[in-house]
Design a protein around this ligand. Structure first.
Ligand SMILES: O=c1[nH]c(=O)c2[nH]c(=O)[nH]c2[nH]1
Length: 309
């Protein structure tokens, strides 16, 4: 997305903002329980500030340093625990209402997974450990009030040691991959899902709505990947990805589309032999060489088709 203008007979597309503003926030409940979040906030503002590009007149520019300060000011003003999506919406609302030249704001936030620790089986009041996944929120708000909100997860590593195969694909003179109904399937899911809310008024009023809904979506994604206790057979990453996305749309009516990136992270069978010993290690679905690259790159988006009636 960019602001577009015509200057000196040329088309100029532009935006400006502040990337990767890092902030941590603690909230303290009266009973001594603390909550902690760590966010990396990126902001882009769209405004009619062409003179800054063309003549050096900065009078319509919101300084990116001010954007950074606003993140800390709004974090301070958020006196109650707030989901990352609502924080992003509050920032976008501030930029689009406070500054006359700003026509739209785009706010992207990545939240680290600081999870409460348990000591002797009890949740600790102020102790947290860092998990590997990250939660994402993306908000686009126009001055008119038109809103788009998406949430997501990234770095969600999933692996199953059976109930996966890959058969029936095109074979030609360059194909060496054997067909199989027994393989290990590993991936790192990047998911994002768009909510149907299109105005500030349509955002659910429950303060922790997004926290709870995100946990629900994540559970559906994970449960569908693995299947029930006995598992579920995956004929390809593509099939499993589609099942996961379909399940999210089927379960949550307030989600209008889902995008999933699921690289096929290869664990290569290990076979070792020498002239004297033809089977030092003979692969029997047991010993693997983990790899990161190259990996299969599989991604798709699934959305509801809007009825024109
Ligand atoms: O699930 C898979 N999908 C593919 O498209 C593919 N390609 C490949 O080499 N292995 C796999 N596995």
């Amino acid at each position: 997305m960019a602001s577009v203008g015509v200057v000196e007979g040329l088309k100029l597309e532009q935006r400006h903002g502040k990337d990767r503003v890092r902030v941590g926030r603690v909230w303290r409940d009266p009973d001594g329980t603390h909550h902690f979040v760590e966010w990396t906030v990126s902001i882009a503002l769209f405004s009619d500030c062409l003179p800054a590009y063309v003549t050096g007149d900065n009078s319509n520019i919101v300084a990116t340093d001010t954007m950074k300060n606003t993140v800390y000011a709004k974090a301070k003003e958020s006196t109650e625990r707030i989901p990352v999506e609502l924080f992003a919406i509050n920032l976008a609302k501030h930029f689009t209402t406070f500054y006359e030249p700003v026509t739209a704001a785009f706010v992207n936030i990545v939240e680290k997974q600081w999870e409460r620790v348990y000591v002797d089986g009890q949740p600790h009041r102020h102790g947290f450990k860092l998990g590997s996944e990250e939660h994402t929120a993306e908000v686009q708000l126009k001055k008119s009030g038109a809103l788009q909100v998406s949430s997501g997860i990234r770095k969600l590593r999933l692996l199953k040691t059976t109930q996966s195969g890959f058969e029936g694909f095109i074979r030609d003179k360059y194909t060496i991959l054997p067909e199989t109904r027994e393989r290990l399937l590993g991936t790192e899911v990047t998911a994002s899902w768009r909510y149907v809310f299109e105005s500030l008024q349509s955002i659910p009023k429950q303060p922790l709505y997004f926290l709870n809904r995100n946990a629900d979506v994540k559970k559906v994604l994970i449960d569908t990947f693995f299947g029930p206790e006995k598992g579920v057979y995956s004929p390809s990453v593509q099939y499993t990805l589609y099942e996961m996305a379909k399940m999210v749309l089927g379960r949550f009516h307030e989600v209008s589309s889902v995008t999933l990136k699921m690289p096929n992270i290869h664990f290569l069978p290990v076979n070792l032999s020498s002239k004297d010993n033809p089977a030092i290690v003979k692969f029997e679905d047991d010993v693997y060489l983990p790899t990161d690259e190259p990996h299969g790159a599989i991604e798709a988006s699934l959305s509801r088709i809007q009825s024109k009636l």
